[in-house]
Design a protein around this ligand. Structure first.
Ligand SMILES: *[C@@H]1O[C@H](CO)[C@@H](O)[C@H](O)[C@H]1NC(C)=O
Ligand SMILES: *[C@@H]1O[C@H](CO)[C@@H](O)[C@H](O)[C@H]1NC(C)=O
Ligand SMILES: *[C@@H]1O[C@H](CO)[C@@H](O)[C@H](O)[C@H]1NC(C)=O
Ligand SMILES: *[C@@H]1O[C@H](CO)[C@@H](O)[C@H](O)[C@H]1NC(C)=O
Ligand SMILES: *[C@@H]1O[C@H](CO)[C@@H](O)[C@H](O)[C@H]1NC(C)=O
Ligand SMILES: *[C@@H]1O[C@H](CO)[C@@H](O)[C@H](O)[C@H]1NC(C)=O
Ligand SMILES: *[C@@H]1O[C@H](CO)[C@@H](O)[C@H](O)[C@H]1NC(C)=O
Ligand SMILES: *[C@@H]1O[C@H](CO)[C@@H](O)[C@H](O)[C@H]1NC(C)=O
Length: 466
């Protein structure tokens, strides 16, 4: 990222401090222009306390002007972005795979989950190697092993990315992991297919993602630079020499799950397995990813207990929903509908609910939005999309999520409720699902704190003041 670009993006106030609408009422009126891209970039970087137990990385919307990949990229259409939700499909196939290897539970996998949804993912820019090479990676709490595309890589094996490919041969701190090592054997347990090459180097592979894409390469170590002067030595990651399938122009992925391969686990001694992020509401704004959490700075958070997906599966961060309300009125959903829990996932866009819960929400939302014409169902499964043509203002109902333990969050309106002009929720084909997914749209503008030490997840509408 050029320094002028960076300057543009670094302002004093975080978007998280800017209330986009009144929270006093159950209905928030927003100018339609809120759906369009903002022209300024905000960053809360300067806002995060310079506490040595915390490291902060600016977080930008993948499609926004602050995204380091910049405007030179031809932006995919919304439909295309939706089709590419490789992450959600990946966590589903991975979760299913891990479950079937760990227990003989006979669970049915809803077919609706096969629909691809992508776009609107979030990236951070990190440095890899010595000297550090900037790489822009998706942040993904639904996976563990981080990877970037690496040299050598021919054009049919690496997809085009904005930043130069990381070349391990040019890094003085690069190393490979031996296939005899415990780390390599562990890859098999976490679903990353550790394998040996002739020269005793550990290979990994990930995928296929739901859209058929995959990545494989050498399991490696190098210095990771999170922020100027804040480095993680000997960080284990995948050097991807063969990527197949459709991808956007990001350089790789940063795994923030709970299994041993993730950044969070690798930095557990330093940052105590706690991290938080704030996802910007839309184009042109920046949030943050912060590793470590000060134990005495939880003012403003509401917490809900976090639980494991299944015994022995530590990747996913799960919570239980207990209810949903629209315009302040609780939607009639039997609480047992939510009993499978929800994976809180930074890498999924749309929230996925059991069928009955979704239909009840859909009905309440549609009646609150009856002033606007519904569009036919979107081909990727979203069925509550509106034609706002001709409206200079639209009125969107407040939607709140209630979690077990009583934590309630009022989603940001409209950025946390709608994606493009669609309700950012989707339903499974049945109630007999393995789990739900709390997607990143609903999380927008909150600081979401994953505190494994205390076993809970917190949400607060504003980050701490410095
Ligand atoms: C982001 O900006 C692009 C054009 O730059 C626009 O097509 C898209 O709708 C915007 N998305 C959001 C969520 O504002
Ligand atoms: C992982 O499993 C595969 C297939 O079962 C096996 O070939 C490979 O040797 C295992 N990797 C390690 C490092 O043990
Ligand atoms: C990756 O995907 C390609 C094309 O879809 C396929 O031919 C290849 O076998 C896959 N590789 C792995 C390791 O899954
Ligand atoms: C670097 O990490 C690898 C894999 O975690 C480990 O095997 C190796 O001993 C580490 N090296 C140093 C110098 O810490
Ligand atoms: C919070 O804890 C840090 C050290 O962990 C300490 O330096 C700071 O003074 C504490 N702040 C308050 C408000 O207690
Ligand atoms: C989530 O719900 C399930 C099923 O009702 C229950 O067994 C579990 O204890 C709940 N977990 C938490 C953390 O509330
Ligand atoms: C949206 O409404 C406008 C005018 O009301 C109409 O001209 C347009 O065709 C509609 N668009 C879609 C996609 O239905
Ligand atoms: C839209 O809302 C703004 C203030 O929120 C108001 O000034 C304006 O009159 C409204 N426009 C219409 C057409 O209702």
């Amino acid at each position: 990222m050029g320094s002028s670009h960076l300057l543009l993006c670094v302002l004093l106030w975080s978007f998280c401090l800017i209330a986009l609408g009144s929270t006093e009422h159950n209905i928030v009126v927003v100018p339609t222009s809120s759906f369009a891209s903002e022209s300024t970039c905000f960053s809360s970087l300067s806002h995060v306390p310079s506490d040595p137990s915390r490291a902060s990385v600016p977080l930008v919307h993948r499609q926004g002007p602050c995204a380091p990949s910049g405007s030179s990229i031809v932006k995919p259409s919304f439909q295309e972005m939706l089709r590419r939700d490789a992450r959600r499909n990946h966590i589903i196939s991975k979760a299913v795979g891990l479950t079937t290897t760990l227990s003989d539970a006979s669970v049915s996998i809803p077919t609706a989950l096969g629909n691809a949804v992508d776009s609107l993912e979030y990236v951070v820019t990190l440095g890899i190697g010595t000297p550090a090479v900037e790489q822009t990676v998706l942040i993904d709490t639904g996976s563990d092993l981080s990877w970037v595309q690496c040299q050598p890589c021919i054009s049919t094996e690496c997809y085009p990315q904005k930043d130069p490919l990381f070349d391990p041969r040019k890094s003085s701190t690069y190393g490979t992991i031996s296939c005899q090592s415990g780390e390599c054997k562990n890859l098999n347990r976490t679903g990353y297919h550790g394998d040996c090459t002739d020269d005793n180097v550990c290979r990994f592979s990930i995928g296929p993602y739901g859209d058929g894409s995959n990545t494989s390469g050498v399991y490696s170590t190098d210095t990771l630079t999170l922020a100027p002067g804040i480095t993680i030595r000997n960080f284990s990651f995948g050097c991807g020499h063969d990527q197949q399938g459709e991808n956007d122009k990001y350089d790789g992925l940063l795994g923030l799950g709970g299994a041993p391969e993730s950044l969070v686990s690798q930095t557990a001694e330093r940052y105590g397995r706690a991290f938080s992020y704030c996802l910007p509401p839309g184009n042109g704004t920046a949030g943050f990813l912060s590793l470590g959490a000060s134990s005495n700075n939880t003012a403003g958070f509401v917490f809900t207990p976090m639980h494991q997906f299944a015994p022995g599966v530590s990747t996913f961060y799960m919570v239980n929903l207990s209810g949903i309300s629209v315009e302040g009125k609780q939607v009639d959903i039997p609480p047992e509908i939510f009993s499978k829990g929800m994976i809180v996932d930074s890498g999924s866009i749309v929230t996925q609910l059991p069928k009955t819960a979704y239909l009840a929400l859909q009905s309440a939302f549609r009646s609150a939005m009856s002033a606007y014409p519904l569009l036919p169902p979107n081909e990727d499964g979203l069925d509550t999309c509106y034609n706002f043509t001709g409206h200079s203002n639209i009125t969107v109902p407040k939607v709140s999520l209630m979690f077990s333990g009583g934590a309630t969050i009022d989603l940001d309106v409209p950025s946390g409720v709608m994606v493009e002009d669609c309700l950012a929720f989707d339903g499974d084909s049945s109630d007999n699902v393995l789990f739900g997914v709390l997607g990143n749209v609903n999380q927008r503008t909150f600081e979401v704190l994953y505190d494994s030490g205390r076993g809970n997840i917190g949400f607060r509408p504003e980050p701490a003041e410095a």
